[in-house]
Design a protein. Structure first.
Length: 85
């Protein structure tokens, strides 16, 4: 299928604001698994799947030690008290 300038403009209008890394991965997945050129709707669907997968595998911050958590709790309590004034 030939991608006409008009069709490319529609795809850009609909998909141009998506995050580059996730969109690139979505395009690779969609093009490699679809028998036809993927629609905007299909690319969005795969893009959201990629974002969900990235969120599930994102590294988490360590919980911290008990003294660190207690210090943070005290600081948050002081900050809330100052904000209420």
């Amino acid at each position: 299928m030939e991608l006409t300038p008009e069709r490319a403009a529609v795809y850009w209008d609909q998909l141009g604001s998506l995050r580059d890394d996730a969109f690139r991965r979505a395009c690779t997945l969609a093009v490699s698994s679809e028998p036809r050129f993927p629609t905007v709707a299909r690319l969005r669907e795969v893009y959201h799947d990629v974002l969900r997968q990235q969120a599930m595998t994102a590294p988490r911050l360590p919980a911290g030690t008990r003294p660190e958590r207690e210090k943070i709790a005290r600081l948050m309590h002081k900050l809330k008290a100052q904000l209420r004034r």
